[in-house]
Design a protein around this ligand. Structure first.
Ligand code: ADP
Ligand code: MG
Length: 240
């Protein structure tokens, strides 16, 4: 579904992605792991053009994402993203957070968008919060709203950038549970995470990034029990 070839990203003279090649197949769940500053967010953000790749190609189905004439909005409609710090619209209610993009980008009627929104809110266990404002929610609730908001556009792929890193420990599980239920639906997902148990349990593959390079691309059983590189070994020893 997504094919990345020799992807490079530089900020000025600082090259932070140094030739990444990989594929994400339909229905696959890929965990992206690596030290802070290794380029995990940059990689994810290149996939839906929140960053402009410097070199290389990214394909989403038959569309070249790295073609400068690509329709960015249509890429972002299909590739949903969830951020560490939620990025909810603070002046919109929970339900309005969910209906805004479907109405403005897809031209959905309010009725239609609200129906879909309420259905998604009940799936993430927050139907009763539809009329609340985000600042009245806990971190875990905000992140569940952010996931529902991304899903309201019916994306084919979901990208998660450390979705539980900003949460108090007791709220991590409720968000991981929502993500697990999404895995059950067959959603194609790329997840940057430090939750090693979660990665091991749900991922079909683990990508390990170090200093802008894709150092390992293995099934989790292999990655966690016998990482090939010393960098991954060192990293796992610190994490586990
Ligand atoms: P990770 O998500 O793995 O912690 P990032 O992808 O955020 O790493 O960052 C990789 C490198 O790119 C870091 O050295 C970071 O300082 C740099 N970087 C990220 N975003 C920017 C930016 N907007 N401008 C300049 N440098 C950036
Ligand atoms: Mg990051």
């Amino acid at each position: 579904m997504i094919k990345v070839t020799d992807l490079e990203k530089s900020f000025g003279r600082n090259t932070v992605l140094k030739g990444i090649s990989t594929e994400i197949k339909e229905g696959e769940v890929v965990a992206i792991i690596g030290p802070s500053g290794s380029g995990k967010s940059a990689f994810l953000r290149c996939m839906n053009l929140l960053e402009t790749p410097t070199k290389g190609e990214i394909w989403y189905r038959q569309t070249e994402v790295t073609d400068h004439k690509v329709d960015i909005m249509s890429i972002r409609q299909n590739i949903g993203m969830v951020f560490q710090y939620f990025h909810l619209f603070p002046h919109k209610t929970v339900l309005e957070n969910l209906t805004y993009a479907p109405m403005t980008v897809k031209g959905m009627t309010k009725e239609e968008a609200e129906k879909i929104g309420l259905n998604l809110l009940s799936k993430v266990g927050l139907a009763e919060k539809a009329a609340e404002y985000p600042n009245r929610l806990s971190g875990g609730q905000k992140q569940r709203v952010a996931i529902a908001r991304a899903l309201a556009m019916s994306p084919e792929v979901m990208l998660f950038d450390e979705p539980t890193s900003a949460l108090d420990p007791e709220m991590v599980k409720e968000v991981l549970d929502v993500m697990k239920s999404l895995v059950q639906t067959g959603m194609t997902m790329a997840i940057v995470t430090h939750e090693m148990g979660f990665a091991r349990e749900v991922a079909d593959r683990v990508l390990f990034l170090d200093d802008g390079r894709l150092v390992e691309d293995s099934p989790p059983a292999e990655f966690f029990s016998s990482p090939k590189s010393n960098r991954a070994k060192e990293f796992l020893e610190k994490m586990l």
